[in-house]
Design a protein around this ligand. Structure first.
Ligand SMILES: CC(=O)N[C@H](C=O)[C@@H](O)[C@H](O)[C@H](O)CO
Ligand SMILES: CC(=O)C(=O)O
Length: 320
């Protein structure tokens, strides 16, 4: 059985894949990106080539090169680097898993194949098992994101007996709002040392109550520090501060969701907050509009998520 050096816990940033204006991957800024996460956001775990990283929009060789760059630049700086290796083709997924093992990644994660879909638990488990077997020494995480894959097999059902089939199974990344399903994953696996990583950043506090051991999300790229304050308040059982922090984060996410929020917008926000050019997304996604970026910037400033000198105290709505 694969045994991670340390259980994956706390915040995990779902990394953005930086691109040039011409749509090529901008490998040159990944080193700076690692330093920014560690030094400015206090985030030391990353989830590479997932939804936010446009993993499914990259070629296999690009995915390998991105993974290599994170592993190289993250060495001695990051705690854990998990590579998403899900693909529609089992062969490609296995190739990516093997590659992740070769370069020394700390774990692999896989989504359900989403074009020709597994229609029941056994079909999905069989697919996942074959991918995991290509990198048997690497901790394996199932990435549950039914709204995007269309595969609605409940995580609770999938986890039942999963280690018998996939000995390297170490945890779940749960990107859904069904807290009954999530809570039952935790409740039914109490004896096992699984990582339960929640993936809906605006609802993380509810998932912590249900037993989440960590979180993977796009907003931890730029709200990592803020979210850590919430985790710390929760740890010390100061639930009223934890709730204030969650509401503060919600005010921002609610604002951008109403404007239309996705990977393109995440790239624009991260460029603003970190100063590192993340560039446009790759087609079929389209670049966030100037209007979006201006509105997001004003909101970030008023919530004090972005240092600013041009706002008067009266215009601020910063939370403690
Ligand atoms: C669909 C999607 O990309 N979900 C992300 C991770 O799973 C989240 O981090 C969201 O971006 C975040 O919760 C904001 O809605
Ligand atoms: C949010 C997340 O986990 C992803 O981008 O894959």
């Amino acid at each position: 059985m694969a045994s991670p050096k340390k259980k994956l816990q706390g915040l995990v940033a779902a990394t953005i894949t930086p691109m040039t204006e011409h749509g090529e991957i901008n490998f040159s800024v990944i080193g700076r990106y690692v330093d920014y996460l560690v030094e400015e956001q206090g985030v030391k775990n990353v989830f590479v080539n997932g939804t936010t990283g446009e993993g499914l929009s990259l070629s296999i060789s690009e995915r390998c090169r991105v993974a290599e760059e994170w592993v190289t630049k993250g060495r001695n700086k990051l705690d854990q680097i998990v590579i998403h290796v899900g693909a529609l083709s089992l062969k490609e997924s296995q190739e990516l898993a093997q590659h992740a093992a070769e370069i020394g990644a700390d774990g692999i994660a896989v989504i359900a194949p989403f074009f020709l879909k597994p229609w029941n638990k056994d079909a999905l488990i069989n697919f996942l098992k074959e991918v995991a077997a290509a990198a048997p020494a690497l901790p394996f995480y199932y990435y549950h994101i039914p709204a995007l894959t269309g595969v609605k097999i409940r995580a609770e059902e999938l986890l039942d007996g999963i280690q018998d089939k996939i000995p390297s199974f170490q945890g779940l990344k749960f990107s859904d709002t069904d807290l009954l399903d999530f809570g039952q994953c935790v409740d039914q696996n109490r004896q096992r040392q699984f990582a339960f990583l929640f993936g809906v950043d605006e609802q993380l506090l509810s998932a912590l109550v249900m037993g989440a051991t960590g979180a993977v999300g796009s907003t931890y790229n730029y709200l990592g520090k803020k979210t850590k304050q919430m985790l710390e308040a929760f740890e010390r059982k100061d639930f009223s501060s934890a709730l204030s922090h969650q509401f503060c984060i919600q005010r921002f996410i609610n604002f951008v969701v109403k404007l239309g929020f996705g990977v393109s917008q995440t790239k624009a926000i991260m460029t603003l907050v970190s100063g590192i050019p993340m560039g446009p997304p790759r087609l079929p996604l389209q670049k966030a509009s100037r209007e979006f970026t201006d509105n997001a910037e004003a909101k970030l400033k008023s919530l004090d998520f972005l240092s600013c000198t041009d706002l008067k105290g009266g215009d601020m709505e910063a939370c403690s």
